[in-house]
Design a protein around this ligand. Structure first.
Ligand SMILES: [Fe+2]
Ligand SMILES: [Fe+2]
Length: 309
């Protein structure tokens, strides 16, 4: 695929973008869960169920706040930044106007997703009376992208940034999908996830096409250089440090004995996924490497051999 083949999705955006089509969602005060149990394994641990099952909803609400906080950081600090610089033609790689227009729809969608997430934060605080514990001011990508970009020579920095954001936009989609299907969760929360997913389907295709266009023009030397950086990015992206430190904070906020606190901390420490092909996000990442054509290059195949099955 080359820049000349690019077809804008502007019509689909006009008719389907959630900012164009969705009324405000209101959190309902019913017995359903505010966050899926499967996405906060702490509350499923034997110790938690024995010592403090009454704190389950508190822990789930705090985990929802962490999720919302992550969404706001991802949308406003990561995706917005890269999409905006493409839209404004400030990117080192030059894209045709149709790409820049579509990039601007991504900026609008992402800032809207951040707004909707913040709305759910305020609605949840108002309904539950539970205020957020200290939330992280970074997500994994806040470290992974600069780490990757720093390894690139000056002329490849924006290409590396583009590929990193494209990877991230293609992995979160599958992650949010699991959420939207869970019937134990409140209707409005599932709706929030489904809305987001609808927009992200358009975005993941957009980022894959941008990377395809770029990769088509990249020299063999540049491709080899970028291939060496990819595993460094993935290693940082898949670390569990920020989640673990949030879980520790959450455990500190629970009204339980010190002994129980220690046991819960050691249990959540054992929950991290390995950073290799068995990590649950790796299938999505590899799918992106195929759809963006990167995996057609032998240098990418060998650099990613740890992640390929
Ligand atoms: Fe988004
Ligand atoms: Fe997105």
């Amino acid at each position: 695929m080359t820049a000349a083949d690019y077809q804008s999705f502007a019509d689909a955006w006009e008719s389907r973008a959630t900012i164009r089509t969705r009324p405000r969602r209101v959190l309902e005060n019913d017995d359903k869960l505010i966050y899926p149990l499967s996405r906060q394994p702490l509350v499923l641990s034997e110790t938690f169920l024995r010592e403090c099952p009454q704190l389950r909803d508190f822990a789930l609400v705090q985990t929802l706040y962490k999720f919302i906080n992550d969404v706001v950081i991802f949308e406003t600090e990561i995706v917005d930044k890269t999409a905006r610089s493409i839209a404004k033609n400030r990117f080192a790689v030059t894209f045709p106007f149709a790409c820049r227009y579509d990039a601007m729809t991504v900026v609008v969608d992402e800032d809207y997703h951040a707004l909707v997430a913040m709305d759910f934060m305020q609605q949840t605080v108002a309904m539950t009376g539970i205020t957020p514990i200290d939330l992280p001011d970074e997500i994994e990508l806040s470290r992974a992208i600069p780490a990757a970009v720093d390894l690139a020579p000056a002329h490849l920095r924006s290409a590396v940034e583009l590929i990193c954001v494209a990877i991230a936009e293609n992995t979160v989609t599958g992650d949010v999908a699991a959420f939207a299907k869970d019937d134990t969760v409140k209707h409005s929360i599932k709706g929030l996830m489904a809305d987001h997913l609808l927009d992200e389907g358009r975005h993941s295709g957009f980022w894959s096409r941008m990377v395809r266009i770029y990769w088509h023009t990249a020299s063999e030397d540049d491709r080899q250089c970028i291939a060496q950086i990819l595993p460094v990015f993935i290693g940082h992206y898949l670390t569990n440090d920020i989640q673990k430190s949030f879980d520790f904070h959450l455990i500190d906020a629970l009204q339980i004995s010190d002994a129980t606190r220690q046991v819960l901390k050691s249990e959540v420490s054992g929950l991290a996924f390995p950073i290799n092909r068995h990590h649950p996000l790796v299938a999505n990442i590899v799918r992106f490497f195929r759809s963006s054509s990167l995996l057609d290059s032998p240098c990418v195949q060998s650099a990613l051999s740890d992640y390929l099955i």
